[in-house]
Design a protein around this ligand. Structure first.
Ligand SMILES: Nc1ncnc2c1ncn2[C@@H]1O[C@H](COP(=O)(O)OP(=O)(O)O)[C@@H](O)[C@H]1O
Ligand SMILES: [Mg+2]
Length: 250
């Protein structure tokens, strides 16, 4: 039987005294592309922060591939196989595409993996190159990152996350700001990752993309899971429609 890749069980978390996640619960099965939508400010990025270890829950439990995460530091979670992108790409602009990815590979690999890699003769440079190939950036590896188009900067975000060799990949609005054609390319990239058996949690505002590219969809509101299920059913639900339409009138 397949493990759960990620579990949130009644999680409360926030910043300082401000609670953003209010009893958030959901499960992501191994190998699925799990989409997350919800009005601005409802806590989607905060959920990724809680999962990747930027913040800790004050209540509830978060686990990943059967291991409880609550007390683990961000770098330990990275080494457990959680890789993430940031809503605002922040590569080192002066470094090449390859150098940026290599930095992520070295940082993410950790001591244990380095020893393993030494023994198997595998290097971080191979991991970085593989990540660039998987994201379609191999030919641009020597370009300064600052010269990349927005689409390629988004790809680089994914490549940097991939370079830590994650099993669970967290994508935060990687398609935001892209044209329709570019969004299709990112969607194809994620579909390719699914084929390679990565598990993906993908936050995106573009409803069409979420309907097309995800296996299940969770709609969040005010730090809670309002509805999770088949993407088409979630989008057709009155609750979700009210959330999106009502967001401006309140
Ligand atoms: N670092 C932070 N410190 C304090 N408040 C924050 C921080 N990051 C986000 N918030 C607040 O948390 C709430 C949820 O934000 P976020 O999780 O980014 O929402 P979403 O990604 O769903 O748009 C917002 O009200 C936001 O202002
Ligand atoms: Mg966000």
């Amino acid at each position: 039987m397949k493990q759960d890749a990620a579990v949130f069980d009644n999680v409360e978390a926030g910043y300082g005294n401000v609670r953003i996640l209010n009893g958030l619960s959901f499960r992501v099965a191994e190998g699925e592309v799990f989409g997350v939508i919800g009005p601005n400010g409802c806590g989607k990025t905060t959920m990724l922060n809680a999962l990747s270890g930027m913040i800790r829950p004050s209540k509830g439990m978060i686990s990943c591939f059967g291991k409880e995460l609550n007390r683990l530091e961000a770098y330990e979670r990275c080494r457990l196989g959680i890789g993430r992108t940031w809503q605002i790409p922040r590569p080192f602009a002066g470094m090449s595409v390859y150098e940026n990815t290599l930095a992520a590979a070295v940082h993410g690999a950790g001591r244990k993996n380095l020893l393993r890699d030494r023994r198997s003769g595998r290097k971080e440079s191979d991991t970085a190159l593989k990540a660039l190939e998987e994201t379609g950036l191999a030919e641009k590896k020597d370009m300064p990152s600052g010269e990349l188009t927005l689409l390629d900067r988004k790809r680089l975000e994914v490549a940097r996350a991939m370079a830590s060799e994650p099993r669970l990949l967290l994508l935060d609005e990687v398609a935001a700001g892209l044209t329709e054609a570019e969004t299709t390319q990112i969607t194809d990239l994620v579909a390719g990752l699914k084929e390679k058996h990565y598990t993906v949690i993908w936050i995106e505002h573009n409803i069409e993309t979420m309907m097309k590219a995800t296996d299940r969809l969770m709609c969040m509101s005010e730090g809670r899971n309002v509805l999770t299920g088949d993407p088409a059913e979630v989008m057709a639900s009155e609750t979700v429609e009210r959330l999106y339409l009502g967001a401006d009138d309140e």
